[in-house]
Design a protein around this ligand. Sequence first.
Ligand code: AMP
Length: 600
Amino acid sequence: MTKFEALGLKQSLLNAISDLGFESPSEVQEKAIPILLESETDLVALAQTGTGKTAAFGFPLIQKIDSESRTTQGLILSPTRELCLQITNELTLYSKYEKGVNVVAIYGGASITDQARQIKRGAQIVVATPGRMKDMIGRGLVDISKIDYCILDEADEMLNMGFMEDIKDILSNTPKEKSTWLFSATMPREVSVIAKKFMHSPQEITVGTKNSGASTVQHEYYVVGGRDRYPALKRLADTNPDIFSVIFCRTKRDTQKVAEKLIEDGYNAGALHGDLSQNQRDLVMNSFRKKQIQMLVATDVAARGIDVDDITHVINYQLPDEIETYTHRSGRTGRAGKSGISMVIVTKSELRKIKAIENKIQQAFISKKIPTGMEICEIQLYHLANKIKDTKINEEVDNYLPAINDVLQGIDREELIKKIISVEFTRFFNYYNKTKDLSSSESGERGDRGRSRDDDSRTPADGNVRYFINVGEKDGYDWMTLKDFLRDTVNLGKDDVFKVDVKESFSFFNTDASATEAILKTFTEFKVDGRFVNVEVSKNPGGGGGGGGRGRRDRSRSGGGSYSRDNDRNKGRRRDRSDSKGGSSSSSGKRRTKRKSDSY
Ligand code: AMP
């Protein structure tokens, strides 16, 4: 395996890399860093967010600039304030052992005077959003006429947001003799135009497949009736008690509405859209980063640049108008080498959009059914049992034990367990008992194409068996690695294990009934690292459930469900609500250009 040492980086940067805990370079770093260090060249790099591209341009840039000069030598343009700050923070960490390197962030919504003052002190590297940058150039507050390096990060997103003219304007203030490094997840026509106009015979590198979604993301769709979007969303959340997700809506109004409903129903949710003030958006983003918000409901524009690594699920509450936007949405999960799930709630009439997206991302969707009430109850039951198992005993309880023993006298262990579990479980059960099946009966009917091996068309009647296994993400599994583990351990074929749903402490999977005997036999007295791994046949053989969660979650927090009104939840609810109200718009949504080529 290539090491950072082999890429030509100087020792002080290698020391910073070691402090960051990066062990080996990612693909984009391995490809880009030597090229950028060895020659003064233009570069076009096709790389998704989460591939480590900031370091791919950040390290060579820091190595190449003259830290003794105070002149601005490097300009990085990024689409959003969040990304701008993220890049600035990363570059500051990368340059921790470089004397005198100053990296300054320039973005809208903050004091322009403060930013100008920081620039005046001397900033070799300026990281900017296009709008504020143009403004500062116009007012003579920043001089980019002597830069040697210009980096366009997430170029496709910048152009998507309507920054084409601003970028052209900014670039016309830079010297002809400079290197331009363009990073983009996709290469739509507009990005090619910029590359042609402002770059000279750029070297090209591609990470993964061109124009494809990251392969660590599993794409799923759920067909529901038009009015069932919201209850379907709730079920997806309830099937994944440890969910940490971004939920995308098409309009600011829907975003606010869905977030408010979720909060009202007791979930840890928040809204992020352009009608909120910058301050409100910062509050919501901070809560999300701290995982106090589990479900962030956002518009596409507001969510640009959300750079949180542990997102387990992206949920498309509604599909976007443009396919390109879907790629950006799903790219919010499956970052930094982890797996993730992108779920789409669609109506039957929208199914052709799924097909169009599949063509674009070159990856098949898995057709799934919204879990039934009883499936959710089962998942919540196991979740609860595990929560009890993992609860740290509070020694203060000892003081009250004699009195508690008095109250519980005469109840045997089994009855006590049943009662404890019932305290919470009954709320779920009462809510979901007798609820209707939300999956549209036409679910998955897309002719004979596009069916993946995980397709829900395999029903119990086909001899499909669902299992419970007592390992989950806590044990280091995700839906891919658990599938591999089961296949290897039981010696099953490539397509024999499907509908793998990994929860925090346990998981579910399906196989054909013909494999049941082998599976149950293998997992009798089966130990991994000294611990028994049990497999049982689940009571709900249908198992249409949502995908496997992955993020490690704070156990102290409650999962949320409409049945619940406990104090903790209501506390969170009040906080979230105040975060998500009102405010005036500073959105760049109005500037967004319509790109016919990517419409369905
Ligand atoms: P980016 O694509 O630049 O947004 O990076 C995604 C995440 O991966 C960031 O949190 C980086 O800190 C992290 N990262 C970047 N390069 C590496 C590496 N070589 N090894 C491990 N993590 C990395």
